[in-house]
Write a protein that binds this ligand. Structure first.
Ligand SMILES: C[S@@+](CC[C@H](N)C(=O)[O-])C[C@H]1O[C@@H](n2cnc3c(N)ncnc32)[C@H](O)[C@@H]1O
Length: 219
């Protein structure tokens, strides 16, 4: 009798499993003061870019424990429709406990979003982009679900030095690639997203804002 064949997991499956396991484990302590202090450095720049003066629909990709969603909800609960998506069930459980039922939380993978096309005014992604196994595919999905007048706002980590990035990619579970400004810009352009603003926020975060249309719609 021949031994059953071992099915090799693909790069994609390995990455998803690594992220799920890492963030499921981390979910218990993720909302501790020190971590929240660090994560807020990424969330605040994104928050500042949102215009709250009309009814808007926002998708927070890789929403984690829902800190950014909670802050958005508190800003203007009547006008905003909020959605969060994450691959870690445990991170979402923490988020569910703190968020009202009007905020929709979905377990899923950014590379294949369970939403229709042209649904959202803003697609946000803070401190998570370096975890995606296909960053180009993730941007293509963000663009698909974005309204033509909408904006993609990605704030991700960057430590200036490629050797530090290399080390991070080696030791942080699920970490795929930490980008510099130029690399994110190229990924946006490759997917037909116009980069309208790019800046470094605090020392270790790069924010990139893009939209489908050529001319700037909101500032
Ligand atoms: C460092 S946490 C950031 C969470 C949150 N955005 C914040 O600012 O605190 C990274 C998050 O990315 C999520 N993630 C990683 N890969 C993902 C994927 N392919 N699809 C959806 N979420 C993913 C993880 O589960 C984790 O919650």
């Amino acid at each position: 009798m021949t031994a059953p064949k071992k099915v090799k997991s693909t790069k994609k499956e390995k990455n998803i499993n690594a992220n799920k396991a890492f963030f499921d484990r981390w979910s218990k302590t993720y909302d501790s003061l020190g971590i929240r202090f660090w994560m807020r450095r990424f969330q605040v720049p994104a928050l500042r870019e949102i215009q709250f003066n009309s009814e808007i629909k926002i998708l927070d990709l890789s929403c984690g424990t829902g800190e950014l969603l909670q802050e958005l909800y508190n800003r203007d609960k009547r006008k905003i429709k909020l959605y969060g998506l994450d691959v870690s069930g445990k991170m979402l459980e923490v988020a569910r406990k703190k968020l009202p039922s009007q905020v929709t939380l979905v377990k899923g993978d950014v590379h294949s979003l369970p939403f229709g096309s042209e649904e959202f005014d803003y697609v946000l992604c803070t401190e998570a982009f370096h975890h995606y196994y296909s960053q180009s595919r993730a941007i293509a999905e963000m663009k698909r679900v974005l309204k033509s007048s909408g904006k993609i706002i990605i704030v991700d980590v960057n430590f200036f030095l490629p050797p530090v990035h290399w080390l991070f990619q080696k030791i942080e579970p699920g970490c795929v690639k930490i980008n510099n400004k130029r690399e994110v810009r190229l990924l946006f352009r490759k997917n037909g997203v116009k980069v309208i603003k790019q800046q470094r926020n605090f020392l270790f975060a790069i924010m990139t804002i893009g939209q489908k249309e050529e001319k700037e719609i909101r500032t």
